[in-house]
Design a protein around this ligand. Structure first.
Ligand SMILES: *Cc1c(COP(=O)(O)O)cnc(C)c1O
Length: 369
């Protein structure tokens, strides 16, 4: 089905936030609580495929309480950002990757795929309508949240026939405020995130719902994030609740767990792997046991660890903690860490401050409303 069959109806917000109000809203530091003037909605039904595409004022959705989404959680989402460039333009970073991953997630959840060009058009239309909401400040961006929910008014347990796709946008500051403080990572020995055959590789709300308790346990232990180990052996390192993880070993070697079905294939992860290789690192995607991490840390082979995702970009890890032990990574705050080098390389491509040799950048034409 081509998106040509899906004409957008554009209904501009008659009462958009004024300039002062917008600036006030954009200065709120909390992540993901302020939204722009518009949103995109597109419907899907078995009979009509994707149809009824709209760019409309941001507003609450009105849904039947029996809608399948509320009962069995048939839902997928994405996360990407629009960035302001030095010349005042706006770009998206690898939105085709998000479109493909969205479809891979949808497929796993028994939901319909969306033509990649329609997915990208939805992002572009929203960004260009709300271009004034794309921040200029360093580290700030417009976070885009596409998602799809099951709409059937039915308590039967089966894939829905009707779906709603929505894109909303939220201006965000740098995820971790202030100068980078190395993260404390709680390694949970009790909870797991995903198993073979499950939904670990899909970006679905259910994975997050199931990780909240472990995240609360991390917070109760004064840690920032939780690291999950594999569900079978409880030994192989997988990822955090919302970020992938890398280890830097001596000899310019990077290790990151392989995409074996239980790990979310991060666009940031993939970009870091490319950039690290370009910068002369050897990158191994391989199983890495928590015990191996402990050994490498104890004997000094482990130089750094960092986590990555669209929200936080790249953040350094300072400490790993379990119920039984804590180990701290060497303090490297006085020198250029590999994490900082890779972060800088990635951010300067996203901001168009470096040549985009990998064809990752997609310019958004503005304004379009
Ligand atoms: C979204 C997500 C990531 C990071 O993916 P990016 O595409 O880099 O933002 C990592 N792990 C999980 C579980 C995620 O949901």
């Amino acid at each position: 089905m081509s998106s040509a069959s899906c004409q957008f109806v554009v209904e501009p917000n008659a009462a958009p936030a004024g300039i002062e109000e917008r600036h006030r809203l954009m200065s709120i530091p909390e992540f993901g609580v302020v939204f722009t003037d518009h949103m995109v909605t597109i419907r899907f039904s078995i009979e009509n495929g994707w149809h009824d595409a709209r760019l409309v004022p941001y507003a609450p959705l009105s849904l039947d309480p029996a809608s399948a989404i509320f009962h069995y959680g048939q839902e997928v989402f994405e996360g990407t950002k629009a960035y302001r460039t030095p010349d005042g333009g706006i770009v998206l970073f690898r939105p085709d990757c998000n479109a493909r991953r969205f479809n891979a997630s949808a497929e796993r959840m028994g939901m319909p795929a969306m033509p990649e060009n329609l997915f990208i058009e939805a992002l572009e239309r929203l960004v260009s309508a709300d271009a004034a909401w794309v921040p200029e400040a360093k580290g700030a961006s417009l976070y885009l949240r596409p998602f799809m929910i099951a709409l059937d008014k039915s308590l039967s347990v089966r894939p829905s026939r009707d779906y709603l796709f929505v894109v909303i946008a939220s201006p965000v500051k740098a995820y971790f405020a202030g100068p980078p403080v190395p993260l404390k990572i709680w390694v949970t020995e009790e909870f797991t995130r995903a198993a073979q055959g499950g939904t670990g590789f899909a970006k679905c709300g259910g994975n997050y719902a199931a990780s909240m308790k472990a995240q609360a346990e991390a917070a109760a232990n004064n840690c920032d994030q939780v690291l999950f180990l594999d569900a079978v052996n409880r030994s192989w390192i997988e990822e955090l609740g919302l970020m992938n993880i890398f280890f830097v070993l001596e000899g310019m070697k990077l290790i990151t767990p392989p995409l074996n079905g239980t790990i979310l294939p991060g666009v940031t992860r993939d970009s870091i792997i490319h950039l690290a290789a370009e910068l002369g690192f050897s990158v191994e995607e391989r199983l890495y046991a928590f015990s191996e991490l402990c050994d490498d840390a104890l004997c000094g082979r482990l130089k750094e660890s960092f986590v990555c995702g669209t929200g936080a970009v790249v953040a350094e890890v300072g400490q790993f903690q379990t119920r039984h032990k804590t180990f701290t990574l060497p303090d490297r705050s006085d020198s250029d860490t590999v994490a900082q080098i890779l972060r800088k390389a990635l951010v300067s491509i996203q901001r168009c401050e470096m040549p985009d040799t990998n064809d990752w950048i997609r310019r958004v034409s503005t304004p379009r409303i």
